[in-house]
Design a protein around this ligand. Sequence first.
Ligand SMILES: *Cc1c(COP(=O)(O)O)cnc(C)c1O
Length: 458
Amino acid sequence: MELPFAESYKIKMVEPIRRSTRQEREQWIQAAKYNLFNLRSDQVFIDLLTDSGTGAMSDRQWSAIMLGDESYAGASSYFNLKNAIKNILGFDYVMPTHQGRAAENVLFSVLVKEGDYIPGNSHFDTTKGHIEFRRAHAVDCTIDEAADTELIHPFKGNVDPQKLDDFLKQHADKVPFVIVTITNNTAGGQPVSMQNLRQVREICNRYGKLLVFDSARFAENAYFIKTREDGYADKSIKEIVREMFSHADAMTMSSKKDAIVNIGGFIAMRNQELWRQCSKFNIMFEGYVTYGGMSGRDMNALAVGLDEGTEFDYLETRIKQVEYLGRRLDEFGIPYQKPAGGHAIFVDANKVLPNIPREQFRAQTLAIELYLEAGVRGVEIGTLLADRDPETRENRYPKLELLRLAIPRRTYTNNHMDVVAVALKNVFDRRQQITKGLEIVWEAPIMRHFTVELRPCR
Ligand SMILES: *Cc1c(COP(=O)(O)O)cnc(C)c1O
């Protein structure tokens, strides 16, 4: 008999979590105004709000924390980080920042000006925010296949080379760089193929443009290249990672994702002049260039996390857990963005709750039902998140209405995944009885989903 798959680690430290009663959860969610961000973490049993900064560090990372050098300038921890980035990602010039959006803020302060266009695949919210804040425009050139949740495609995160080329043909003079997000978070944690990265590089070369990778989940992307793309099965993850980044001029990183730390980020690049220009903004916004808002111990843990996060066994454990949850949902016929992404399952709320009018927030209604059922916290990626049109103040209705269940790294077991799957099945089985959604009582003018207050429709 073939041996079953099992995790590539054992557990040395635990943190208790508590189940609650449905009655308690009904009170808590009412007090939280039906906004899951307002819950206290001890009111949640299984927390799938985000995989950002919520992973478990290893014994090696915790021991590196004890060796942190807190010198203001030139700390050994900085050199540990710089060496790890050079060895694993291949960049000579490095600048630590306190998290991913800070890396965007510093790099874009140098590269983006009013009226510019930044094409790529789907931009992450904060990336788009930092572009639009500078009165420039994010141009999404993702392949059309990404918008069809039932369609199976191995690299649904890809840039459409034709769309990118057409855009550059028209507007090359207003494009400072092209940005590719690996994996494509907004499209459901979907990977980008090596062939696609190569094509984008060729297009950038043709137009003389810099290519930047938004790299939060680069290691998960490398795992998908190894397991899905011809010619990569026998290469190590670290070899694939080196090849991926050989196509980039610079990268921004949220280390809270694939570097498996609770806080941190960085920018890396090949060009010394760009590094010099960034250093001015880094010193203003983040801190001196050898710490950039991070403590020495956190840089040490990050250096180790980059190494562990690019090991095949770790990645296989991680991605098989996400797939496991997907397979349980398949058993119950629950629709989600397929194939399962690297870090999360995105449940298709338009298909689960079609009886709820769109203006009553289908995905948020599903998220609340799942919380009431089992104390599981996910997050709405739908109409609430999409905000109102700035001109008409009408709700914007995105193509997809999704409930994202993001899986923290090395944190939960497959028993927890079973609870999530069965809780969703119970909600799914009574979907015909769920006919009323939610209405807004109060909302902020932008980014309303964080603080919105809701109540059930009568
Ligand atoms: C999380 C994330 C960011 C922003 O990083 P923070 O560390 O949350 O500031 C940027 N891009 C992508 C793709 C991300 O997933």
